[in-house]
Design a protein around this ligand. Sequence first.
Ligand SMILES: [Cu+2]
Length: 115
Amino acid sequence: MSGRLLAGGLIAALTAAAWQVQAQSPASPPAAAASAAVAVAMADGEVRKVDPGAGKLTLRHGPIAHLDMPGMTMVFKVADPKMLTGLKPGDKLRFSADRIQGAITITAIERVPPP
Ligand SMILES: [Cu+2]
């Protein structure tokens, strides 16, 4: 019975550790964390407006199947305003979004370098 509790605690600890690694090394590619996030399909987007103060990002985005959303331009919340650092209108990106507490929220952003 306590084995179950232990496993739960271990998973929580691992998740916290992965999050810390990602937060502490913004310069290095967060390979492990990113590939975990990619488990949710990523959508294409192009930045229209960045609002770091409000933690919001306006994107023209492609279809997001798991949210049953066609392509459109809309405002997203971001899980962490730090994700907006360095973004500017016209930037291309791939992103994961999910419904969190009723708001469609971007949980991961992957820059698409210009060709
Ligand atoms: Cu949309």
